[in-house]
Design a protein around this ligand. Structure first.
Ligand SMILES: *Cc1c(COP(=O)(O)O)cnc(C)c1O
Length: 400
């Protein structure tokens, strides 16, 4: 099934699938596992000699066949070499970063990253690792200027959390590769359906070294699991896998199963999120009280050209900046008026959600120009007519 010439829709359905390995059944069983028994001491010794080797059963913490099936599918979809599952998206991020940094190192992290990623990077100061945040709009030359002899990593997330800046990923990876700096990308928003940062146009050289995912979001797709994944290049895999083993990272077989099941419908779900999200973003931009809509798929968006160049679609998640005269109470009244849009964290499921966002509290001066209150919208699979009605009523509540 591992045929890279297949179109993406086909790959979502068949990636990593091997019914013959599981008695002919289409889906793999859920291996709830801690202990695996060896045939004899020779097999035990062989497996302990090389804990990086996959395939032979060792112990549930090192992975199960269910997890392996999800890893293989995701690896294939991202164009990587191998993947490591973790218990959450955040643990995938912290594990990938900890795999590389040592005391005295300097790391470059986009100013627009997911806030818990930022808090983790700030905490690395206690281990002697210095984090420098860079403007997500930085090009290759600006990044070259920031690279120091002890720069170990460049971390990116495109588009950025809550403010949705699109990064020039090939420019950044090219600058970093020339200086021996490892690159890690959070690809939770786009998923491999719309962006493959490891398999960018210019061949292996243009791609990032490591892709991290909150599989909790679109990959699983049904708001019923917390799961993380790290997709690695051939070179980065031993480093990342060794760190995951050291840190005790693993994912339960039930969650891995849900991740794999979600992947099978990722193509159709993302196509629908794209369509509905883009239409609702367009419509929202025309509503009274809205100062700006932050969605790279909109032609007026600052990231639109890069998005068109590198992405094949947009997730259902975007930002809405309201007019600066609206205060907290008005925004709360608006959010409380929503009936279909749930007020809650996360995204990527079938349902529509909103959450207030506050980038100003932690951004570098100058990298975020918005002035009004910001909300983040996730567009699910409800009817657009119903969603627009729900939002219309909420915008009315905002204005009174
Ligand atoms: C949600 C999210 C994470 C963290 O994922 P969890 O599975 O909740 O730990 C990381 N990165 C991005 C971009 C996210 O949206």
């Amino acid at each position: 099934m591992n045929d890279p010439t297949n179109s993406p829709e086909t790959r979502f359905v068949h990636a990593g699938s091997d019914p013959a390995r599981q008695g002919g059944y289409v889906n793999p069983p859920v291996y709830r596992a801690s202990t695996a028994l060896y045939r004899d001491t020779a097999e035990m010794a062989a497996s302990q000699a090389d804990p990086l080797k996959r395939g032979t059963p060792v112990y549930g913490r090192f992975g199960t066949p269910t997890g392996r099936a999800f890893e293989q599918a995701l690896t294939e979809l991202e164009g990587g070499h191998a993947s490591v599952l973790t218990c959450s998206g955040l643990s995938a991020i912290t594990t990938a970063i900890l795999a590389y940094v040592r005391a005295g190192d300097h790391i470059l992290v986009s100013d627009s990253v997911y806030l818990p990623t930022r808090k983790f990077c700030d905490s690395l100061a206690a281990l002697g690792v210095e984090t420098e945040y860079y403007d997500p709009r930085a090009g290759g030359a600006a990044i070259e200027d920031l690279i120091r002899p002890r720069t170990r990593l460049l971390y990116l997330e495109s588009p950025g959390s809550t403010t949705f800046e699109v990064q020039d990923v090939p420019a950044l990876t090219t600058a970093c590769r020339a200086r021996g700096v490892t690159t890690i990308a959070d690809n939770t928003w786009a998923t491999p359906a719309f962006f493959r940062p490891m398999a960018l146009g210019g061949g292996a050289d243009a791609g990032v070294d490591v892709v991290v995912h909150s599989a909790t979001k679109y990959l699983t797709g049904h708001a019923d699991s917390i799961l993380g994944a790290i997709v690695c290049s051939q070179e980065s895999y031993p480093t990342v896998r060794a760190a995951a083993i050291r840190l005790g990272q693993c994912a339960g077989a039930d969650d891995a199963y849900l991740g794999l099941r979600g992947l099978r419908t990722l193509g159709v779900r993302m196509a629908r999120h794209h369509e509905q999200g883009l239409e609702l973003a367009r419509w929202t931009a025309g509503q009274e009280g809205v100062a700006a809509v932050l969605h790279p798929g909109l032609p007026g968006d600052p990231g639109h050209a890069l998005w068109r160049r590198d992405f094949t679609g947009a997730a259902g998640l975007f930002g809405v900046e309201l007019h600066p005269d609206f205060g907290r109470a008005a925004v709360d009244a608006m959010l409380d008026r929503l009936r279909l849009f749930g007020l809650g964290h996360s995204y990527g499921g079938y349902e529509s959600l909103v959450v207030p966002a506050d980038p100003v509290s932690h951004r570098l001066p100058g990298t975020w120009a918005g002035r009004g209150p910001l909300i983040r919208v996730h567009v699910g699979f409800e009817s657009l007519t119903d969603l627009k009605e729900d939002l219309s009523a909420a915008f009315e509540a905002l204005r009174c």
